[in-house]
Design a protein around this ligand. Structure first.
Ligand SMILES: [Fe+2]
Ligand SMILES: [Fe+2]
Length: 213
């Protein structure tokens, strides 16, 4: 399987007509112009990180195009949709429906675009909260969401530095995830926002991975 980006590839579970351009066209009418520019940035960052990490550029960019397809749905709509897809929600998710925009986008993309590639769908679903044991593709999309170019430098620089901490080696996705989780937690606390228990679990997971080396 090619690891290079392409607009026409054969991947098991991804219809052949789901090109990067088709994914871009799927995303565009679902969001505002400003959000679309963010999505464009995440797709580009995903491709760049995948190249640095020696991972699949096409899948990383494709997930970037799809990841925020439901970002502008209302909280109530997201809760209703998540429940209709069979997700069991906790109190924080029921009260903060926006936290569900990743998992709901994965279901919507699966059904509308006929995607059966589970790692791709998981990467879309996990882009906000992450997951203990997440794949490299999921890490790339999570990091791309943090690193797209409109994010503030004091947030992105430490993550890029962790990612490229050894110029002779492939990008360090786990070290970058730890920094991204720490900075996100700091931001959530400073802005008085609720913290999903997964955010803490995922941070501790990457801390143990990085410490145990
Ligand atoms: Fe998002
Ligand atoms: Fe995003």
């Amino acid at each position: 399987m090619s690891k290079k980006s392409s607009t026409k590839v054969k991947y098991k579970g991804i219809p052949e007509d789901l090109t990067l351009d088709a994914a871009r066209k799927w995303a565009k009418p679902r969001v505002t112009e400003k959000r679309f520019r963010h999505i464009e940035g995440v797709a580009a960052a995903g491709k760049e990180i995948a190249e640095l990490a020696g991972e699949d550029e096409f899948l990383s960019e494709l997930a970037g195009w799809l990841h925020d397809g439901c970002k502008e749905w209302k909280d109530k709509e997201l809760v209703k949709a998540a429940q209709s897809y069979g997700l069991i929600l906790n109190d924080i998710e029921r009260e903060n429906g926006h936290l569900l925009h990743g998992p709901v986008a994965a279901f919507v993309a699966r059904d509308e675009l006929n995607i059966k590639h589970q790692d791709l769908l998981d990467a879309v679903a996990e882009h906000t909260l992450g997951k203990v044991g997440m794949t490299n593709l999921s890490k790339i999309v999570f990091l791309a969401d943090c690193l797209e170019e409109s994010r503030p430098k004091d947030f992105t620089d430490p993550i890029w530095n962790a990612l490229k901490n050894n110029p002779n080696k492939k990008a360090d996705l786990d070290a970058a995830m730890l920094v991204a989780c720490d900075l996100s937690l700091e931001h959530l606390i400073k802005s008085g926002r609720v913290i999903h228990i997964k955010t803490v679990d995922v941070r501790n997971y990457f801390l143990s991975l990085v410490k145990e080396r």
